[in-house]
Structures are given as C-alpha cells and as structure tokens.
Write a protein that binds this ligand. Structure first.
Ligand code: ADQ
Length: 475
C-alpha cells in the first residue's frame, strides 16, 4: 500500500486511553508511513498555518491550532449544532446559520491549504468523518490528483431530512471530488444513493458500487468499523480488569448488573433507556432489588446547549427513579459522569449480565462490540441492542429493540434476565465470531484496499472541476 495521509478533525494518537480506531489508524501509518493531520484541540489568536509536528508511537502527527471564531463556527457550530443532529435525524435540534456554514468552509479550506505541502506524489489521502465533508473538493481545487478516500462514521440521513440543510446539494456534489466513499452499513450507503439519484439527477451503477454525477464517478463501499477484539478480550483478562470486575460485582451484592456506557449525547437514547428501566421496575415489582443499572456517561460537547440540557434531564430522571424505588440497601440507578481507562471498562462489561446499547440513531456503535468481546465465554452476558444502531445490521443475535418504546425495553430486560445459559452462549458465540472476524484491522484493510484500487484503470489522474464552488455561502 502507498503512504497514507490521514486527515481528521482531531488527531487521536496512541496511549492507554486510545480506542481501537485510533490504534488501527496508527498501525496503518506505522506500517506504510505517512502522517496524521488534524486540529490540535488548541486555539491561536491568528491562524498562520503553522504546523506542530510530533512523533507519537513511531507515527508522525501534524496538528494546527484554530482561532476562537473557527472553533465556535466550525466545531461547536456547523459540526456539532448543524451536521451532528441532522445526520442523527434530529432536525428539531439542528441549527442552520450562515455563519456556521461559512466557518465550516473556511476551516476546511485552512486544512486543505495547510496539509497540501505534506502530500507527496504517490500518497493516498484518507479523510475521516463529517467535520471534513468538503475537504476532498478543497484539495482537488489546489491541484491534488492523488487518490482521496472519505469515511463517514455517522449515519447518512434520509433525503428529505438532508434537504432541510440549505447547502445540501452543493455539499453532496462536492463529495464527488473523492475517489471512494465509505459507510458503515448498506442502509447509509443506500440513503446516500437515493439523494444522488433523486436530488442531483446522478446515476448509480446496477451493482450499487459507483455513483456518477456529470463526468465524475465515485466508488462506494459499505464496511462496518470493528474493534480490536483480541486486544479487548486480553484487556478483560488483565489484572486491572479483574480487580474492577470484583469491585463492581461485590458492589452489586448478588444482583444482576445492567450496564450502559455512552458519551453523554442525545443520540444515545439515555433518557429513553431510563424510562424503559422505570417501566421495567413498575411492571415487574418482583424483579426490583434483583437488578441494578449502572450508567457510565462522561460529558461531551459541553459548549453546546442541547448537551447541557440532556445532562440536566438525566440527573432529574435518575433522581426521580431512585427517589421512587430506592431502599436502605439498594439504589436502582447508579449514574456516573466519568470516563474510565479501557481495561477498567473491560472489567465492568464482564461483570455485567446485561449490556444496554440503545441509541436512537448511531452510525455503528463500538460499545456493543466491546461488550461482547469482554464477556466470559463460560458465562456470557446478554446484549440488548437498538435496531437503529448500525451495529444491529451485524449483531442479529442480540435482543434487538426499538429504543423509543419503554415497553419493548422493559420486555427485553426481563427476557435478558431470565435467558438460560445455553441460549446466552449460543447467541454470544455467533456474535463473538463476527466481532473477531470483522475487527478494526479488517475494516482498515477493506477500505485501504478499495482506495488503492481506485484510478488504477484510469488513463490519467482524476482532475475535478468543481461547478459549485462558492455556492455554499460564506457570508
Ligand atoms: P461515538 O459516537 O463516540 O463514535 P461509539 O462507537 O460508541 O460512539 O464509541 C465510543 C467509544 O468511547 C467506545 O470505544 C467506548 O468504549 C468509549 N467510551 C464511552 N464511554 C466511555 C467512558 N465512560 N470511559 C471510557 N471510554 C468510554 C462515532 C459514531 C459511532 C461509531 C464510531 C466509530 O457515532 O456510531 O461507531 O464513531 O466509527
């Protein structure tokens, strides 16, 4: 494979807290050479294009600082208050502000301008996620003819929802500057094709693997991101995980533990999960004191109001449920707003009879896979999984639920609690095989192999003339 230039909003290098995704990208960069480029997370008074180079775990990283206005309009604004809610079907929360769109375009152009001198002739460029949708077009405009791929980590919304975004058409046209676009599931890919066909008049090949708009062709691939399953299973057997396992088990004093581990985000269905649990406690008084719900939810995106609201709502709900049902020696919900090291999380997953992964909408969801990978093969727990998580397309042996229905959640909790060992083992074995087979390195190879193959049969490098530059208003 050629040298790789990975570009993402943040550069998330190695270290104990790094997730499988970061570790896999680092591994690819280490093996093939290349650079990981992104925002440092820091600010500067005036953007100069200065790059901070580092070597982390033998990988070269390059980061830039952004101005306060960039951070406000691009990151807190367009990425987190416009695209994230819209792409998770929450147009009620999406904010459409020209200043956000302008800041987003400006920062993408700054990324393109700054990374440009780092790209060498034979490099493949791999852009990650919704923060950087127009980056491919911005690079082409600056003369980059290298292979450029893009992977979307979140869902692709239905056409009519996406059309509520004032810049939707121009944004999708710009995506044709890429050679390859990857989605977690066929559903998100189909949704993208629907938009291209119905709103842009483009065509999709019969086998659904390419989209064509004018003289530009974009290859499409559905490849679900995985976890480093082996590493996670090893973590679950580590000393720290074992200590955590004991602590958590002991604290449950014989009760079955249900666990939820999510960023504090409205897309993760936490409020609905609490309501489902409340319904379970009401409908099954005999099960009260047999279970305890441990919800671990570290705050995220605290600068955005909708995230502050969900925090308040959940604190209120947990308080109400605990107030109604807690006894001298039992509290139904333990709600923890903290991040934990991965080996500790592995111990928590393993100590939990039920894994609750019930997002209202999720591109994939790695917690579902981590929960499965951490289980004891001799006594595995049960995964309750939302039908609306991308992971549901792979993990059909989970108890699949509609997270909006408190009744379905309550039924699923009961079903999981009484599920016999043989049934638990059967379901777990099938899921574990897939989690191991389609792990994060599999994902990485699928994508980079497809990217490497792009343009091999074309006579000359792809040159893109963008018709719509400037159509995304910057005022
Ligand atoms: P996220 O929305 O962040 O990712 P997810 O896939 O669940 O969601 O990944 C979260 C990661 O954070 C997991 O590895 C989990 O272990 C970790 N985490 C969560 N709570 C934690 C805590 N309290 N302490 C420590 N770690 C914690 C986006 C998309 C997903 C997609 C991924 C990858 O929204 O749908 O699966 O990218 O493509």
């Amino acid at each position: 494979m050629s040298r790789l230039i990975v570009i993402s909003n943040r550069v998330s290098a190695g270290g104990g807290a790094a997730g499988g995704l970061a570790v896999a990208l680092m591994a690819a960069l280490r093996e093939n050479g290349g650079i990981w480029f992104g925002w440092s997370g820091g600010r500067t008074d005036q953007f100069t294009g200065h790059i901070n180079f580092h070597i982390e775990d033998d990988v070269r990283t390059a980061t830039i600082d952004l101005e306060d206005q960039d951070i406000e309009e691009y990151y807190n604004g367009y990425a987190n208050r416009t695209l994230w809610p819209l792409f998770h079907y929450r147009i009620d929360l999406a904010e459409y502000e020209r200043s956000f769109a302008g800041g987003y375009r400006r920062v993408n152009e700054r990324f393109a301008e700054t990374v440009l001198p780092l790209i060498e002739a034979e490099d493949s460029v791999w852009v990650q996620d919704y923060h950087m949708l127009p980056l491919g077009a911005d690079l082409r405009e600056r003369g980059v003819t290298n292979r450029i791929g893009f992977f979307l980590h979140i869902p692709w919304p239905p056409r009519k929802l996406l059309m509520t975004l004032p810049e939707a058409r121009e944004m999708v046209e710009m995506l044709f500057a890429y050679d390859l676009m990857g989605f977690h599931t066929q559903e998100w890919l189909d949704s993208f094709c629907d938009f291209v066909r119905e709103e842009l008049g483009g065509t999709i090949s019969d086998d659904g693997t390419t989209a064509t708009l004018g003289d530009r062709t974009l290859k499409l691939i559905a490849c679900p991101v995985g976890i480093d399953a082996r590493e996670f299973a090893d973590l679950a057997a580590s000393g720290t995980a074992r200590t955590t396992f004991r602590r958590v088990k002991d604290s449950a004093v014989g009760r079955a533990l249900m666990v939820g581990v999510d960023r504090l985000d409205y897309s993760k269905g936490l409020e609905e999960r609490f309501l489902g649990y409340e319904r379970f406690l009401t409908e099954h008084p005999e099960e009260r004191k047999e279970v305890v719900l441990l919800q671990i939810a570290p705050p995220s995106r605290g600068a955005v109001e909708s995230y502050q609201r969900i925090r308040t709502t959940l604190e209120g709900l947990a308080g109400r449920i605990n107030g109604a049902y807690a006894g001298l020696d039992w509290v139904p919900i333990r709600y923890v707003n903290q991040a934990y090291a991965r080996d500790m999380l592995a111990g928590v997953y393993r100590a939990s009879r039920i894994g609750l992964v019930t997002p209202l909408m999720d591109g994939m969801n790695l917690v579902a896979k981590e929960y499965i990978a951490a289980q004891d093969p001799a006594d595995p727990g049960v995964l309750i999984l939302s039908r609306f998580a991308g992971a549901a397309s792979q993990m059909k042996e989970a108890i699949l639920v509609n997270p909006h229905s408190a009744e379905e959640l309550s039924d699923a909790m009961l079903q999981a609690l009484v599920m016999p060992l043989e049934e638990r083992k059967r379901r777990w074995t099938i899921m574990m095989e897939d989690v191991q087979k389609r792990d994060v390195m599999w994902w990485l190879n699928e994508f980079t192999t497809a990217l490497d193959a792009c343009g091999r049969d074309e006579p000359s490098p792809k040159v893109v003339a963008l018709p719509t530059k400037g159509a995304v208003k910057t005022s």
